[in-house]
Design a protein around this ligand. Structure first.
Ligand code: NAD
Length: 278
């Protein structure tokens, strides 16, 4: 039997966006560890995904819900705690993207923020207090994105939602670590380029540069065991060193009074290339 405090037989995982991609891979990992896996998703693919997970082991439950509906997320939390009495792992992972523009596409902005930001706020609001009250260790993993840190142009509402998730999760972990005797910690999962449903919309086959969702979950499990807050995943084209340089370059825009997003500014193209080589 595993001595991992989270991924162990009989403990409970609640995963949103569990019908596909990273959420589904996480559900499979939890099932293989003998956990009860509560899979929540808005997609019709949820039933088939839950059947796949149930075939692995543990117990797989599926709940059709929209994470942007707080009443539905609250009802899920009440149901899970009433029946199971605890949650070891909450993965606020459901996400969506539309190629939104800075001053166009108000509907895309609202939909993106409703799911990617409010969906996570809802999960945190509904689950955190009962997880603290259960008196057993718990982990809250919120799925962010490098796009919320380095802000590449192309889908601004997505970047805004994911940078807000970073700020939210940092603040959540600060609050949790100040609770005396608290056994719940929060973590920011930052996948790299990962071949999932979000990417399948643009690429019929896995691009060589992408990781699989299983690789992301493996990195997440290792990072949680190490107690890391930031779970910054590389991929087959971006090394941890490249990520670190890109993050530092972005921070220097503000600290060094450069134009925003200077990484994509023609006047800084050479300096950025030198920085990445250096
Ligand atoms: N794939 C990548 O390269 C990548 C990179 C960085 C971050 N992410 C993030 O990873 C997370 C998981 O996405 P993925 O890449 O596995 O994509 P995916 O499309 O395979 O999975 C996302 C799941 O979220 C579900 N979902 C969407 N809106 C929902 C809603 N309102 N309520 C409930 N479920 C909803 C979808 O039905 C889908 O099953 C997302 O938050 C995404 O932003 C992905």
């Amino acid at each position: 039997m595993s001595d991992d405090p989270i991924f162990s037989t009989g403990r409970v995982a609640v995963i949103t966006g569990a019908a596909s991609g990273i959420g589904l891979a996480a559900a499979k990992h939890c099932a293989a560890a003998g956990m009860t896996v509560v899979m929540a998703d808005i997609s019709d693919a949820l039933d088939a995904a839950a059947a796949e997970v149930a075939a692995i082991g543990g117990v797989a439950e599926h709940h059709a819900l929209d994470v942007s509906d707080f009443a539905a997320v609250q009802a899920l939390a009440q149901d899970v705690f009433a029946r199971h009495g605890e949650v070891a792992l909450l993965m606020n992972n459901a996400g969506t993207s539309f190629r939104s523009q800075p001053f166009d596409g108000l509907d895309a902005w609202r939909q993106t923020l409703e799911v990617n930001l409010w969906g996570i706020v809802h999960g945190v609001q509904a689950f955190t207090q009962p997880m603290l009250d259960q008196g057993r260790p718990g982990r809250i993993v919120n799925t962010g994105s490098k796009q919320g840190i380095t802000n590449p142009p192309g889908d601004l509402a997505y970047n805004v939602s994911k940078s807000a998730v970073k700020t939210l999760t940092e603040g959540l972990q600060h609050a949790l670590r100040n609770i005396e005797g608290g056994q719940v910690t929060a973590h920011l999962l930052i996948p790299g380029f990962t071949y999932t449903g979000l990417i399948r919309r643009f690429a019929a086959e896995k691009p060589a540069g992408a990781w699989t969702p299983e690789q992301v979950v493996e990195a997440m499990v290792e990072a949680l065991a190490a107690g890391d807050f930031f779970i910054l995943c590389p991929d087959n084209e971006t090394t941890p060193e490249m990520d670190a340089k890109r993050v530092r370059w972005g921070a220097e825009d503000l600290a060094g009074n450069r134009p925003p997003l200077s990484r994509w500014h023609p006047d800084f193209a050479e300096a950025f290339a030198d920085w990445m080589r250096g």
